[in-house]
Design a protein around this ligand. Structure first.
Ligand code: ADP
Ligand code: ZN
Length: 205
């Protein structure tokens, strides 16, 4: 119990709340590391505390406008799909206390200013996203969000090859596009040793 409280910075957040400002929490890690689970867990707890919550995810493709965020383990939460940070800001209600954002890596750079503005206006902002792309490069705008966040949580998956702590998302199909929509089942969690950085050929896997 004590460890769980330390993990999601509850004590620090309680202290921050006393001066009336908001703050930014960022949850990063590879695919399958539990980012969405952790985001949904925090959002549920906020709702249990009867706080007003709004949740967003990027609409990276017109075909995908499912109004929920989901974890690989089946947890779900309602969310509004938006194309841009500007569109997200336009939907924010004055009395919203907690703003949840999933798949932060698919937002435009303006999400950084948006998160700051929300926090400055007293809102708790929780953003989950991939910190690296399929080649292991930092995935903007997550590095920028990590820089401005008060609280950071790094989640880890289990390497499907050797069972070690996994920090990478291995692409297991051929493509050099940074964003691959609808590619579920085509990525694996891998550790530093088992990760093949430029996986554009299934034969090297
Ligand atoms: P993320 O948002 O980081 O992609 P999710 O929260 O959607 O992660 O899913 C995490 C869940 O995925 C875990 O609780 C577990 O049930 C499942 N899972 C599947 N493969 C793995 C793996 N290789 N390592 C860890 N969890 C995995
Ligand atoms: Zn491994």
């Amino acid at each position: 119990m004590v460890e769980e409280f330390a993990f999601d910075n509850t004590e620090e957040r309680r202290r921050s709340r006393q001066n009336g400002t908001g703050w930014i929490e960022v949850i990063v890690g590879s695919m399958f590391s539990g980012k969405s689970e952790e985001l949904i867990r925090r959002l549920r707890r906020a709702q249990i505390a009867r706080q007003k919550v709004q949740v967003f995810k990027p609409k990276i493709d017109d075909r995908y406008s499912i109004e929920q965020i989901a974890s690989h383990s089946g947890m779900t939460h309602v969310s509004h799909p938006v194309m841009t940070a500007k569109e997200l800001m336009a939907q924010i209600k004055d009395d919203t206390e907690v703003v949840g954002i999933d798949e932060g890596q698919f937002f435009d750079a303006e999400i950084v200013n948006a998160a700051n503005e929300l926090a400055n206006n007293g809102k708790r902002v929780i953003i989950a996203g991939l910190d690296q792309d399929y080649t292991g490069k930092p995935f903007e705008p997550m590095p920028q969000l990590l820089s401005i966040a008060e609280f950071i949580t790094k989640t880890h998956a289990i390497c499907v090859k050797c069972g070690a702590t996994a920090n990478y998302s291995q692409r297991t199909f051929e493509s050099k596009e940074r964003v691959e929509v609808g590619a579920s089942g085509k990525y694996e969690a891998r550790c530093r040793k088992c990760f093949v950085p430029h996986s554009d050929a299934p034969t090297v896997l």
